[in-house]
Design a protein around this ligand. Structure first.
Ligand SMILES: *[C@@H]1O[C@H](CO)[C@@H](O)[C@H](O)[C@H]1NC(C)=O
Ligand SMILES: *[C@@H]1O[C@H](CO)[C@@H](O)[C@H](O)[C@H]1NC(C)=O
Ligand SMILES: *[C@@H]1O[C@H](CO)[C@@H](O)[C@H](O)[C@H]1NC(C)=O
Ligand SMILES: *[C@@H]1O[C@H](CO)[C@@H](O)[C@H](O)[C@H]1NC(C)=O
Length: 294
């Protein structure tokens, strides 16, 4: 995000306190500190007696899609909302967390989901890998994360799917069945959501036959849902099998090359785009519809 560094005035507020802002400066989290400055949130953090900051690295900001970067810089309200979601009012250390724990944020209505994955030894906050946890400050703690937490989990999986542009065909299909009810329950659920491109790949006759038979349609949809766990990419290991609601299993193929986002396939379907966190789980977009084994 070099242009940001050029455009915005630096606001190093170095105090003797070693508060969370000092700790972020010491950790070299320049973009996070700059954006907190733009949003006028630095005094807010410094005035707190207790807080936890999930602070993205500079690289995490530079990896954001260009339109999202522009949106963050052009709308202060939006920037404030996103940044408040990265701060918890309580001081919470990584040893306090259990898998799938929800941590309250300053964006009062929604929480960050923490996951601890034994199979990959990864710890995540809404899917973002916590690469450097537990940097103590005089008024809280800073956990460094490798991605910006966005989009925010405002709604249930059922409603989030309805709001994603690339999932239009899928939402029409869900409407034809009673499946929306499952995708709105407490979960936690992981939903692999075929994109419009995935539907395009299906021969027309296959799709038309499926749409005629709600039982068959629900069978296929339940093969896309894993209940009882929220599996972000960082939590999936190569060869791992996930049991679906349909009872059939899905096989994960994970290619981790250092320095880049892991490439993950679920059976023969590739995970594409940004993961969508939800109140009751997470949605991964996939480029191919999954059919349960006969
Ligand atoms: C966290 O902080 C909020 C707001 O200060 C408070 O209402 C809540 O009880 C705290 N939670 C815990 C677990 O301490
Ligand atoms: C697919 O089949 C349906 C029903 O037979 C037909 O109405 C529709 O036009 C076809 N769509 C395409 C893209 O061929
Ligand atoms: C609908 O699909 C179910 C499950 O695949 C199948 O058992 C049933 O025979 C199908 N019904 C019709 C009318 O094709
Ligand atoms: C894994 O990803 C790397 C980098 O994108 C690529 O060069 C390599 O061929 C991939 N390996 C497999 C087995 O797909």
């Amino acid at each position: 995000m070099r242009y940001l560094l050029v455009l915005l005035p630096l606001c190093w507020l170095v105090g003797a306190q070693n508060d969370v802002v000092d700790v972020m400066n010491n950790l070299g989290l320049r973009t996070t500190v700059q954006l907190l400055g733009v949003a006028n949130l630095i005094p807010v953090l410094q005035a707190r007696e207790s807080c936890t900051v999930f602070a993205p690295t500079d690289e995490a900001f530079s990896n954001l899609p260009t339109d999202l970067k522009q949106q963050l810089l052009s709308s202060k309200m939006f920037l404030i909302e996103v940044l408040l979601f990265h701060v918890s009012p309580n001081t919470t250390m990584s040893t306090d967390w259990k898998n799938n724990q929800l941590v309250m944020t300053l964006l009062e209505t929604i929480s960050i989901r923490i996951n601890k994955y034994p199979s990959t030894v990864a710890m995540t906050a809404d899917g973002g890998v916590i690469s450097n946890p537990d940097n103590k400050a005089s008024n809280g703690v800073v956990h460094v994360i490798d991605q910006v937490l966005y989009p925010l989990p405002f709604d249930t999986i059922a409603n989030e799917v309805g709001m994603v542009g690339q999932l239009y065909e899928l939402s029409k299909v869900i409407e034809k069945t009673g499946f929306g009810k499952i995708l709105s329950d407490d979960g936690p659920l992981t939903f692999f959501a075929p994109t419009d491109d995935a539907f395009q790949k299906l021969p027309n006759a296959t799709l038309q036959n499926l749409l005629k038979n709600v039982t068959a349609l629900e069978d296929v949809l339940s093969y896309h849902v894993v209940r009882g766990g929220v599996y972000y990419k960082a939590g999936l290991s190569n060869g791992e099998e996930l049991t679906t609601l349909q009872t059939g299993t899905l096989e994960c193929h994970v290619n981790r090359t250092s320095g880049s986002e892991p490439q993950v396939k679920i059976n023969n379907a590739k995970i594409v785009g940004l993961v969508v966190p939800a109140l009751n789980g997470a949605v991964h977009m996939i480029d191919t519809i999954l059919f349960p084994p006969k």
